[in-house]
Design a protein around this ligand. Structure first.
Ligand code: 5GP
Ligand code: 5GP
Ligand code: 5GP
Length: 229
C-alpha cells in the first residue's frame, strides 16, 4: 500500500513525463539550418564527384538539406525509422528536386538516395511540423526565396575561380537576405580554402528566415576561392 507521500510523488512524476512527451512531440528542435552547396566546390576536391544520371545540374547553388537543430549546436538525427522515404509521396516535386536538389556523389545517380538520406536523417526529426511532402516543398520554397548566386553576383562575387574575402561574402548575403549566414569551406585539390556550403536559419515552421542562434564551424580561411562549375 502506498503512503500518501509516495502516492503524490507518483502522480507528480507521471504528470512530468506526460508533459515532456507532449512537448517533444509538438516540436523537438529549436530551428532549422537550410543548407545549400556550391557544386563546383563539391566536385573539385580529391574525392571528385559524379554528375547525376539526369544531366549536369545548373551552375547554381543546390540544396543539401533542411536540418533540425538545437540552440546549443547539437542536433537530432534518424528520429523515426517507421517513416521511411517514399518517393511516390513527392512525385509532383521530382523535376524540381532534380534541378534544385541534385546529388553529385558517386556513383552517378538520379538523386533519390540523397533525398532518402536527407529525409531519414534530418526530415524525420521535424515530422511533427512537416510531413514528407511538406518537408521537400519547404526546402524548394526556401531555395526559390534565397537566391544566393544572384545575391553574390550582384555584389561582384562571381564563380570565376577567384578569391574573395570571407567577410565580403558574409556581408553580401547579410545585405541580400537580411540575416547573417553561416559559411562553410572545404579544400580543393591544390589545398585552397573554397566556398562550399551556406547555412541560413529558419524558424520551426520551415518558412521564415531568422537570425541564427548558433553558427556552424565553417573552417574557412579569411580569403576563399569561388570555383567555377
Ligand atoms: P560534416 O562532418 O561533413 O560537416 O557533416 C556531415 C553530416 O553531419 C552532414 O551532412 C549533416 O548530416 C550532419 N551535420 C553536420 N553539422 C550539422 C549541424 O550543425 N546540424 C545538423 N542538423 N546536422 C549537421
Ligand atoms: P549529411 O549526412 O551531411 O546530411 O549528407 C551527406 C551524405 O549525403 C553523404 O553520405 C553523401 O555521400 C551524400 N550525398 C549524396 N549526394 C550528395 C551531394 O551532392 N552533396 C553532399 N554534400 N552529400 C551528398
Ligand atoms: P557521406 O558520406 O557521409 O557519405 O560523406 C562524407 C563526407 O564526404 C561528406 O563531407 C561528403 O560531403 C563527402 N563526400 C561523400 N561522397 C563524396 C563525393 O563523391 N565527392 C566529394 N567531393 N565528396 C564526397
Amino acid at each position: 500500500v502506498l503512503s500518501a507521500a509516495q502516492d503524490s510523488d507518483f502522480f507528480y512524476l507521471v504528470h512530468q513525463v506526460t508533459d515532456g512527451t507532449a512537448m517533444s512531440e509538438a516540436q523537438d528542435f529549436d530551428f532549422f539550418y537550410f543548407v545549400q552547396q556550391w557544386p563546383g566546390s563539391y566536385c573539385d576536391t580529391n574525392q571528385s564527384c559524379c554528375y547525376p544520371t539526369t544531366g549536369k545540374p545548373p551552375s547554381d547553388f543546390g540544396i543539401h538539406g533542411l536540418w533540425p537543430n538545437y540552440k546549443n549546436g547539437t542536433y537530432p538525427s534518424y528520429c523515426d525509422p517507421d517513416y521511411p522515404f517514399d518517393e511516390s509521396k513527392i512525385s509532383d516535386l521530382i523535376s524540381s528536386l532534380q534541378e534544385n536538389w541534385a546529388s553529385l556523389s558517386c556513383p552517378s545517380n538520379n538523386g533519390s538516395t540523397f533525398w532518402a538520406h536527407e529525409w531519414e536523417k534530418h526530415g524525420t526529426c521535424s515530422e511533427s511540423v512537416l510531413d514528407q511532402h511538406g518537408y521537400f516543398e519547404a526546402a524548394l520554397d526556401l531555395k526559390s526565396r534565397v537566391g544566393l548566386l544572384q545575391i553574390l553576383q550582384s555584389a561582384g562575387i562571381n564563380p570565376d575561380g577567384g578569391f574573395y574575402s570571407l567577410s565580403s561574402i558574409r556581408s553580401a548575403i547579410r545585405n541580400g537576405i537580411g540575416y547573417t549566414p553561416g559559411i562553410e569551406c572545404n579544400v580543393d585539390e591544390e589545398g585552397n580554402s573554397q566556398l562550399y556550403q551556406i547555412y541560413v536559419c529558419v524558424d520551426t515552421s520551415g518558412s521564415e528566415l531568422i537570425e541564427c542562434p548558433v553558427f556552424p564551424n565553417g573552417k574557412c580561411k579569411s580569403s576563399v576561392e569561388f570555383p567555377s562549375f
